[in-house]
Design a protein around this ligand. Sequence first.
Ligand SMILES: *Cc1c(COP(=O)(O)O)cnc(C)c1O
Length: 245
Amino acid sequence: MSDDPRRDELARSLTAARDRVAAAEIAAARPAGSVTLLVVTKFFPAQDMLRLLDLGADEFGENREPEAGRKVAEVRAERPQAGFAVDMIGSVQRKKARTVARWARRVHSVDSPELADALAAGARRARDEGARTDRLGVLLQVSLDGDIHRGGVPEQGLDRLAGHVADLDDDLRLDGLMVIAPLDGDAEAHMAHMARIREGFVDHHPQATELSAGMSGDLEAAIAHGSTCVRVGTAIMGPRPITSP
Ligand SMILES: *Cc1c(COP(=O)(O)O)cnc(C)c1O
């Protein structure tokens, strides 16, 4: 126990989430540590990210610019020695690509050639200005049900978009695929569908092995079907505060 109840709460929920990931790895006969736990800190303050860093979490997901960039800057200022990475998991407006490319290790939600172009230009500029040293990692967001409001490209569009990203490989690195499972239907069936799509994709893009799939409610199904990165918000942070859009 500490004198910070929020820290104690996060310590418990972080441990519980890690235990779930570890149990799912075992259930799927996958090596321990093969799945990354990305702690989704969106809507929660920099103070919580600092608490999580102190508890040993070092990979985070954020979904909205400019709040995310400001939060990352605040955390870096508070912990200049800490090594941690923040991924952009939410949809990116093209005009925000430049600032996102300054702080994101990876963008999980790339679903158009225009966005890829904007991110490549942003990554180049960020490197020219010394704000980053590496290429920007890219995951292509897959739409399993064709619902464009949730973002993503249908399976048929993936190879074409991957080819476009590959042409930008001075600035972008194609790491793999991402999915947000549709709300309706069975998570298990959605993740099995995703696994089949990924298998075909990796045949053509053998280096793009990452699969970002699974959230608080469906991480076990995602890990059973090959996820390499689960994005967990609510199960660690608690319910998100209501905010205006
Ligand atoms: C918010 C969010 C998550 C986390 O969802 P939870 O159900 O709270 O775990 C995962 N992925 C994306 C893209 C998100 O926007």
